[in-house]
Structure formats: structure tokens, C-alpha cells
Design a protein around this ligand. Structure first.
Ligand SMILES: NC(=O)c1ccc[n+]([C@@H]2O[C@H](COP(=O)([O-])OP(=O)(O)OC[C@H]3O[C@@H](n4cnc5c(N)ncnc54)[C@H](OP(=O)(O)O)[C@@H]3O)[C@@H](O)[C@H]2O)c1
Length: 237
């Protein structure tokens, strides 16, 4: 196994949930992080807790995504991995959600995965390698009645990863996709989930999924895992 010690990992969606847990896990194993998201206060709190560099970024901003790389190079002189974790969800039928909710999901989950990847690939090619981990969803492997457009965005991430694996692995870039079932985070709060909803405490924890992200980052250099889907032991269906 390769270890995390000394590696520099940029994480989108690091202001809460799986991304924040991944940042803490990377630092706990001796790595360094570039943490990003839109909420400046959350970023400042996280960096005060674990160190690293904060990049306030909306992942819909293609040009702004280059700041992930610039921050890594200026602070650490290298960038070894990108964890593309930023994403949103909203539950409801195709006619129940607003135009804006659907547009935001498509823009943030799809374009917001593409732009950070396009920002890091030239750096990885110049360095001779790097890891890209996309946090998609079990919804990206099969549809679900009350989250069709969300599932479409997650299928898009899985397709993107499959294509990038074929395009980039011969040049040293390893692309992995993590597809969790339900995870108890701020995800979809107020958009189909509530803090007191039944079953929330039986979902996966953000820390569990973060360990899966670390596991793919720590694979032996010549091994790749294309899709890893994990679910809570309690999750039905
Ligand atoms: N929770 C689940 O049940 C579950 C299951 C499977 C997959 N996932 C996926 O896991 C990923 C992380 O979700 P989570 O569960 O950790 O939820 P979360 O706690 O709500 O975290 C979502 C993260 O995405 C960031 N984000 C949202 N819109 C953004 C934007 N426009 N620009 C930059 N960052 C943005 C948020 O930061 P800011 O608001 O600060 O920008 C936040 O850090 C998502 O891609 C989600 O689809 C979640």
C-alpha cells in the first residue's frame, strides 16, 4: 500500500459531511489538504482545526477551479490527489422540484465535478501521475423514483470517471469512484431530509465513507478500483 503521509490532497465540498471527514482523515494520516467550498467560515474553522489551505470556491466556476492547484503549489509545491466531493441533492418527483433546484443539481454535480478535474489534470500530467476520486452515489448506479435528476447527475459522474480512466490511466492518473448509499450529513436537509427523520442515525457516517476514500488513495500504485459502492447494513432495498 502507498501511504498518505506527505501527500497533498485537494478536496471540494470540504465544508461539511464526507468532504470534511476526508480532510480530517487525510491530515490524521500525515497528509496535507487544500479544502474548498463556498462557506468561508466553515473553511476557516476547519483549517484552524487541522491546518492546510482554504480555497473559497463555487465548483461551477471553471476558471476559479484553478485556484485549487495554485494554492497547492504555492503552499506545498505539489498536488497528489483531488477528491471531488461537492454536490447537492433534493428529493421529489420530476414535476415536484423547481426549475432552479434541478438546474442547481445538474450544474453543481456535473459541471462542478468536471471543472476541478480539468484544473488538476495538467498538473498531474506534468508530475507524472495523480489520483482523482469522485464521490458519486449508489444513485449513480441505478435510478430511484424520487430522485431521478439527482440520479442522472450521479450517473454522469460515473460515466465521466469511466471515460477518464480509459483516457488518463496510461499517463499515470488513477480515477476512482465512490458510490455510497445514505450517509448522515447535511445532504438534502430541508430538501427531502430533516434532522429528526427516522433512519438518519442508521445511515453510514461521513467518517466511514472518508475511510473508503483513503483506502482507494492508498492502493498499491499499480492497482485501480473503478467503482466502490458501500451501504449501511441497515439500508433496505
Ligand atoms: N449524504 C448522502 O446520503 C450521500 C449519499 C451518496 C452520495 N453523496 C454525495 O456525497 C457528496 C458529499 O455530500 P455530503 O453527504 O457530504 O453532503 P453535505 O454535508 O451537504 O456536503 C456537501 C458539500 O458540497 C459543497 N457544495 C455544495 N454546492 C457547492 C458549490 N456550488 N460549490 C462548491 N461546493 C459546494 C458544500 O459546501 P458549501 O455549501 O460550503 O459550498 C459541502 O461542503 C455529494 O456529492 C453527494 O451527492 C451523499
Amino acid at each position: 500500500m502507498s501511504d498518505i503521509d506527505g501527500r497533498v490532497v485537494a478536496i471540494t465540498g470540504a465544508t461539511s459531511g464526507i468532504g470534511a471527514a476526508t480532510a480530517r482523515a487525510v491530515v490524521a494520516e500525515g497528509g496535507s489538504v487544500i479544502v474548498s467550498g463556498r462557506r468561508r467560515e466553515r473553511l476557516e474553522e476547519l483549517v484552524a482545526e487541522i491546518g492546510g489551505v482554504a480555497v473559497e470556491l463555487d465548483v461551477r466556476d471553471a476558471a476559479g477551479s484553478h485556484r485549487l492547484v495554485e494554492a497547492a503549489l504555492s503552499e506545498f509545491g505539489r498536488l497528489d490527489a483531488l477528491v471531488a466531493c461537492a454536490g447537492i441533492g433534493a428529493y421529489g418527483g420530476i414535476m415536484d422540484l423547481s426549475d432552479q433546484q434541478l438546474q442547481d443539481m445538474m450544474d453543481i454535480n456535473v459541471a462542478g465535478t468536471v471543472w476541478p478535474i480539468r484544473a488538476v489534470v495538467p498538473q498531474f500530467l506534468e508530475q507524472g501521475g495523480g489520483d482523482i476520486v469522485i464521490v458519486a452515489s449508489v444513485a449513480g448506479l441505478r435510478g430511484a423514483g424520487d430522485e431521478a435528476v439527482y440520479a442522472a447527475t450521479k450517473f454522469a459522474q460515473v460515466g465521466l470517471a469511466g471515460g477518464l480512466d480509459r483516457e488518463l490511466r496510461s499517463r499515470g492518473i488513477r480515477v476512482s469512484t465512490i458510490c455510497p448509499g445514505g450517509v448522515a450529513t447535511e445532504f438534502a436537509m430541508g430538501a427531502g431530509r430533516t434532522a429528526d427523520m427516522p433512519g438518519l442515525d442508521e445511515m453510514l457516517r461521513a467518517e466511514d465513507v472518508a475511510q473508503a476514500v483513503l483506502t482507494v488513495l492508498k492502493q498499491p500504485p499499480a492497482m485501480r478500483s473503478l467503482i466502490w459502492s458501500m451501504r449501511s447494513i441497515h439500508e433496505q432495498d
